[in-house]
Design a protein around this ligand. Structure first.
Ligand code: ZN
Length: 294
């Protein structure tokens, strides 16, 4: 595929979210540039049901994806489900990725803005606490975040072995986790925002995500002055399109390019887990990103 724009145009309507979600995801950001659409595609592997970005694999040699619901393939460790069942699925993830990724990073997430730098060289499970993002230049280290409506943000620098994966719900979006991730890459890898490209992955769309006044305030909009990515709803409520907000932040930070997934976790519950659409009862997916061993 030649570039993200070509990819975006070539996307045919098909299974997936309602057409409205695609329009939502492709809405122009505050500078008037519409982020390209980039659709994650199924990987034929029954052991670990998942979707990946073919364009990042082909262009950059990067593994960027997300697990799907499959036959109840929840990976939520900090949930009410039996740890033994969840760990069986995590072991399937390890087995699938181990030849290319001897190390796997995960953390207990807190909807914060802390992003960890991983120097690499480590093997096995690397389990952190209190981080909602990870970055590395190391090959063979698979970064993961758990999601079920929140947006996974995939960052890389074309031509450089460098990746960052962030977990952005409304709190992370309002708190500026994207800016924190970009700062971390500047500090550890000496790259500027314009060098960085970002993909906003599978998550809840604006039509499915009604939020109250507290969230609207934190996201920097008010019902009287709805900002980019926040639309007025009935009774003082509003709908927030986190990916549109994050694409707007990326444009303001000066990132080189942004693409957005057309998939909505709540529109398509046959495929994904959705915290919101399930009333909080659903499992968790993991988004993952890494530079495989050559
Ligand atoms: Zn939706």
């Amino acid at each position: 595929m030649a570039d993200d724009k070509t990819l975006g145009r070539s996307l045919a309507p098909g299974p997936g979210p309602a057409p409205g979600a695609e329009r939502e995801a492709g809405r122009p950001d505050q500078r008037g540039h519409a982020p390209a659409l980039a659709r994650e595609e199924p990987v034929g592997d029954a052991a670990v049901p998942r979707l990946e970005l073919a364009s990042w694999r082909e262009r950059f040699g990067i593994v960027a994806g997300i697990t799907t619901r499959g036959r109840d393939f929840s990976l939520g460790l900090w949930s009410e489900e039996s740890v033994a069942q969840v760990m069986t699925r995590w072991r399937a993830v390890r087995t699938t990725f181990r030849p290319r990724f001897p190390g796997l990073v995960l953390a207990h997430q807190v909807h914060g803005t802390s992003v960890a730098w991983h120097a690499g060289g480590a093997e096995g499970w690397l389990i952190g606490d209190g981080q909602d993002g990870h970055a590395t230049e190391a090959r063979g280290l698979l970064l993961t975040v758990t999601v079920a409506d929140c947006i996974p943000l995939y960052l890389t620098v074309p031509g450089r072995p460098l990746v960052a994966l962030l977990h952005a719900g409304w709190r992370g979006t309002a708190g500026g986790i994207l800016a924190r991730g970009v700062e971390l890459l500047a500090r550890h890898a000496a790259v500027g925002p314009a060098d960085i490209i970002m993909h906003c992955g599978v998550g809840i769309c604006g039509a499915c995500y009604e939020v109250g006044s507290e969230v609207i305030d934190k996201l920097g909009a008010t019902p009287a002055a709805i900002g980019p990515g926040v639309r007025a709803g009935p009774r003082g409520s509003a709908h927030a399109d986190l990916r549109a907000l994050l694409a707007g932040q990326a444009a303001a930070l000066g990132l080189g390019a942004v693409s957005v997934s057309p998939w909505c976790s709540a529109h398509d519950r046959a495929q994904f887990f959705s915290h919101r659409a399930s009333g909080g009862r659903d499992g968790r997916m993991i988004a993952y990103l890494g530079l495989p061993l050559a």
